[in-house]
Design a protein. Sequence first.
Length: 247
Amino acid sequence: MARRKLVVGNWKMNGLRAHLPQIAAIGEEAAAYPSVETGLCVPATLITMANEVKGAAFIGGQDCHAKGNGAHTGCLAADMLKEAGATWVIVGHSERRADQGETDSDVAGKALAAHAQGLKVILCVGESLEIRDSGEALSFVLAQLEASLPEGAASDWLSIAYEPVWCIGTGRIPTMDQIADMHGSIRNALVQRIGDDGNAMRILYGGSVNAANAAEVFAVADVDGGLVGGASLKVESFGPIIAAAAA
């Protein structure tokens, strides 16, 4: 099944007003490759300003709370992100699972809350180096996916990002066979869970994608794009990744 490639930059805790020209430049680059759906998930402080210069790129948030409002100091509800101008949001990123102790149930709740407000969702799953080396990577990731996938999951609003956590920020990358094995297994699990629509759901690769390896990674079966970290901060490094997705 042909699925439109999706390439999303996750700026994490990076970005100030001074970085808006980079967002504008990335938006211009995205316009040159309309076959690729391109976006940037920026810090919440930049969402509104980013929307003013985003060009052909969409703007998303990096997290939302499962609740719509209440006594949750420092958190953001999905409708707050939407009002600021976000159209997408990441949930379950490995850094939040590890640093904030988010559970699979938390992630599923956040995805549902975002969907209820009309946001599209990138739901992250992935394993640590310890789990990879134990030989349990596949069973761990599939169990995480099963427990994190919200009721009513559908390809028109939800995408999955596979993050081999041991690759993020390290420059390491699994073999293409390892990526194919994991993405194919996630695809099969999605079909088992949600039926034929599982074949339409996009599965992104999210482990140290860069200009040098993007074309090879995106050529792997069931890799429908990438969730890109540091390489998405500048058009010089992100542009070639978008181009690779369009090839």
